[in-house]
Write a protein that binds this ligand. Structure first.
Ligand code: F6R
Length: 612
């Protein structure tokens, strides 16, 4: 979703801002722009990719050392040149970039129109920058104070960065509900929606908190609260992330790189946490809430999209190992439906980005009701990581491809360890069972390694799928959520309509869709409900559906029924989602490439959904 970058220092701002915007491309956007200040304001903005923006810059223009940039994901008004950020106030003094949505935009617009303000775009952002200009004139206050007073009258979510012609050595940044990170270099300062735009310049960062406003000048950064104007003691963090981890490393797409990283990312998820021989899971976050987990009568898992699918696998795992009932809910539904939350419920919020607006709001609701909230996040320092009572990082490393891959398997790995931990403290797992499962988790990375060797065979299968417009994914038990996830992967990057179903539900409706034009991807690993799935495959075969199966080695029955088979190593049924997901990720990837789709930045999608 929208991305912000800002620079103030002694270097030329333009290349820093352009590279920063390119690094933010993974978030998803439809237009981009920059403002540079060097005596006068130069603004470049347009619909489309950052490459197009680059072609607009006047090569002879002055080299500014102050500037802000933006990638926009349309909310108010269609993606076009005039709606792209930055936006300028009517007197030409203030320039703003903004992420989020101003909900009371219409009342602010009406007030400004009465005061003879006019607007060039359809955006709430242009209204906001003019409102700040108006407040500054009316109240005769400093820029910083005008921004603060204005934001106190704004309803909605925002991360903003503002520069001003009359304050050429200052950048203002403020946030409420949308992330913003400040980077501290050597006599230079950066602003980013995350740290990726300036990682090659500094790893020293300050995470701006909700309700905080920063004034950044060459003298340093001062932060104050927006509502009460109190000074804030900022904590400087040293990032561990390196540049290599956010680059493609020889792969054609980030998504493929991230699929291939899974043996390593899962190793990183379990490192120092899983001790099969000692019958132990060591996770600081779980220790912190162990008394809550001991008395918990219910677990509620919240998330969106792929994280919600990981939550469904978590439901099966936690119920199986600890016998505690689990409910899994879309964060977006939970936050608006007046849910029953008890103080001895433990809520698990799952989010790769840690910035998903619906998940964040659902967490706040759960906390208000007295529940203990545990976060499973990938991004260190993210809003969700900071908002939860305790948590576990997935340690999957930066996920840049919009379609989530390694984050999913890492989330499931954390949930499997959490389920083991709960099974142990609830006395529902024997030592032998605990050890068996823990040992098998340790083997998952090498088994994924062997599945990745099937890549070229999967690529061949993908060629036979590329011409279809619809598809069904079927799975049962632990692999029902994998069917949902497989369908989501295919639809989001290849634009082929895909539905995930529990295989036995097919008879209750979707079977009507099956004919030779309908490919069916069946997830039928050995164990669990394998025999039942064989019957389901037969039902599809009888109706001439094209069958692609994911199954164990040498399953002649499934093989003889299928048009194509992907054979994967065996594992425990409860851990099979960590393996069965991999061929589905590869299949979607290759189908999308075959169809000429933009794999890493699918249309209309954003990596980090910071608006509801
Ligand atoms: C799908 C995908 C999305 C995200 C969802 C939640 O591939 O990436 O469905 O899973 O937007 O995002 P996070 O996990 O960042 O909260």
């Amino acid at each position: 979703m929208c991305g912000i970058v800002g620079y103030l220092g002694n270097k030329e701002a333009y290349p820093i801002l352009i590279n920063g915007l390119k690094r933010l491309e993974y978030r998803g956007y439809d237009s981009s722009g920059i403002a540079l200040f060097n005596g006068d304001m130069e603004i470049y903005k347009c619909k489309g990719k950052v490459e197009r923006l680059e072609s607009l810059k006047n090569k002879d223009s002055s080299s500014a050392s102050l500037g802000i940039g933006h990638t926009r994901w349309a909310t108010h008004g269609p993606p076009n040149d005039k709606n792209a950020h930055p936006h300028v106030s009517n007197n030409g003094d203030l320039v703003i970039v903004h992420n989020g949505i101003i909900e009371n935009v219409e009342s602010l617009r009406t007030l400004l129109i009465e005061k003879n303000y006019s607007f060039k775009s359809d955006t709430d952002t242009e209204v906001l920058v003019n409102f700040i200009e108006y407040v500054q004139k009316e109240e005769k206050v400093s820029l910083e104070e005008a921004v603060r007073l204005s934001l106190n009258q704004v309803i909605g979510a925002y991360a903003i960065s503002i520069i001003s012609k009359s304050h050429p050595d200052v950048m203002i940044a403020a946030r409420l509900g949308s992330p913003l990170v400040l980077g501290l270099g050597n006599k230079e300062f950066f602003i980013g929606s995350d740290a990726t735009p300036f990682l090659d310049h500094t790893k020293k960062v300050i995470y701006l908190e909700d309700g905080e406003l920063a004034r950044i000048s060459k003298q340093g950064i001062s932060i104050r609260t927006i509502d009460s104007d109190k000074p804030v003691d900022a904590i400087i963090h040293q990032l561990q992330m390196d540049l290599e981890s956010i680059e493609k490393g020889g792969f054609e797409h980030f998504m493929l790189k991230e699929i291939y990283e899974q043996p390593t990312s899962i190793q990183n998820t379990i490192r120092g946490r899983l001790f099969p021989e000692k019958n132990e899971i060591k996770m600081a976050g779980l220790e912190m809430i162990s008394s809550n987990l001991k008395v918990a009568n219910r677990i509620i898992i919240l998330g969106c999209g792929t994280s919600w699918h990981a939550g469904l696998v978590g439901e099966y795992l936690i119920e199986e190992f600890s016998r505690v009932p689990v409910e899994v809910e879309y964060a977006s539904e939970f936050r608006y439906r007046n849910p029953v939350i008890n103080s001895n419920d433990v809520v698990i919020a799952i989010s790769q980005s840690g910035e998903t607006a619906d998940t964040l709001a659902a967490i706040k609701l759960a906390k208000e009701s007295g529940a203990c909230v545990f976060g499973i996040c990938n991004v260190v320092g993210s809003s969700i990581a900071r908002e939860t009572d305790a948590g576990a990082f997935t340690h999957a490393g930066p996920e840049i491809g919009v379609a989530s891959t390694k984050a999913f398997t890492a989330q499931v790995t954390v949930l499997a360890m959490m389920a083991l931990y709960m099974g142990k403290i609830k006395n529902k797992l024997t030592k032998t069972k605990f050890r068996e499962i823990a040992l098998e988790i340790n083997k998952i990375p090498e088994k994924i390694e062997s599945i990745l060797k099937l890549d070229s065979a999967i690529k061949t299968i993908s060629k036979s799928l590329k011409g279809f417009n619809n598809s069904l994914f079927l799975g049962r038990g632990f692999n029902f959520p994998v069917a949902l996830e497989g369908a989501l992967k295919l639809k989001e990057i290849s634009y082929i309509h895909a539905e995930g179903y529990p295989a036995a539900e097919m008879k209750h409706g979707p079977i009507a869709l099956i004919d030779k034009k309908m490919p069916i991807i069946v997830i039928a690993p050995l164990g669990g409900l394998y025999e039942k799935l064989v019957s389901n495959i037969q039902e599809v075969k009888a109706r001439k559906g094209k069958i692609i199966s994911i199954t164990g080695f040498g399953q002649s029955e499934v093989k003889s029924l299928s048009d194509a088979v992907i054979e994967i190593p065996d594992t425990l049924d409860c851990l099979s989602p960590m393996l069965t997901t991999i061929p589905l990720q590869l299949l979607s990837y290759h189908v999308a490439v075959e169809r000429g789709c933009n794999v890493d930045q699918p249309r209309n999608l954003a990596k980090s959904v910071t608006v509801e």
